[in-house]
Design a protein around this ligand. Sequence first.
Ligand SMILES: [Zn+2]
Length: 444
Amino acid sequence: MKIFSVSVINMAYWNKEIECMPQEEIKKRQLDMLQKLIAHLYKDNKFYHDKMAAKGVVPEDIKTLEDITKLPFMYKQDLRDNYPTKMFTEPIDKIVRFHVSSGTTGKPTLVGYTRNDLEFWSEALARSLTSCGVGEKDVMQVSYGYGLFTGGLGAHYGAEKVGATVLPTGTGNTERQIELMQDLGVTAIACTPSYFIHMIDVAKQKGVDIRKDTVLRRAFLGAEPWTEGMRKHIEEASGVKAYDIYGMSEMAGPMYTECEERCGIHIPWDIMYCEVVDPETDEPVAPGQKGELVVTMLKKEAFPLVRYKVKDVTCIMPEPCKCGRTSPRIARITGRTDDMLIIRGINVFPSQIEHTLLQIPEVESHYMIIVDRINALDVLTLQVEIKPEAFSDKVNEMTDLKKRIENEMKKYLNVAVKVELKESGSLPRFEGKSKRVIDRRTYE
Ligand SMILES: [Zn+2]
């Protein structure tokens, strides 16, 4: 029997019943999942129990979905305070994976996964990739970092789940990545938008036109903020259709993408419940209004999240999507409510740099962080004042000190930092709130 599948591709669903479920049924099921989750956490985990008790809330108070606002918020600080595993709600023998992201003061943030957690993570990505037309015929190059960072393995498992052939290149060695892309017929790629722009540039220098000399057609770009302007630039320069992908290690990792319509990121209703609140008042804002994203993971086993303040600025899209999916959508992330910097996809807090710096006896407490985008890649420069007694006119001693600071930074931040040593008293002093970060990147 011949199967005609030409125009069906765009209409494909991974799990149609769930993805297109009527709103009323979604609400009913979400409430049921929320009630079960809260009852379990209140009973079985000291962190959640104490937090709810401090606010005077008991599981029976959750009678409607809107009652979620009675529950206390969770913050990144909670993750640090309970490092490593106090917030885990499953014993270690049920945990099959750890991922680690850097914290704000040198202490990392640890997340854990049960087998079911890895399964729904891949399921979320399978739905996402299918909604963009990626399937068994595709070869997907994963150029996110593999390892403690969730990007590589997350995209990898999702692509394998839809039956695509995965090419796990990770980051770096761009010329080889382009060769492999050509040799193996790569049709889709997942990486940061800035790395993809770098790739286009390197390809060009090698005389490779991505549009003509490869069969690459789709790019899933995320882990750092980017704009519609950047999308336009990428698509014009490469002929590739670019999709926004979203997620973070606290949620599981990269999980959610736009569909073919590309008007907001679909959030599977059975995995994550989204609220958007005014960052000043913590009051919910109306759909379409910008605010801070607050998430509750409805089925996470090892490391649940309830009303976690993500600090990303977005809005819930009010209109239903033309693709037929009924899951809520959030708009492209337009900023942060804190001072976190994203350097080549890695989260870096200025406080983390300061903490690391102050462990080095030769330096003063005055510094400046400068972020540039050079050849489409982020470059973090740290200007540091050194103590007069540590200053030497021997060039090799100063070079050694500079290298030592760079190594310490790399070790704690997971990001390469270029250090410039400055004479004591030469950097700006601030009265009141200091401005130690100069971010010169433009995203347009
Ligand atoms: Zn859609």
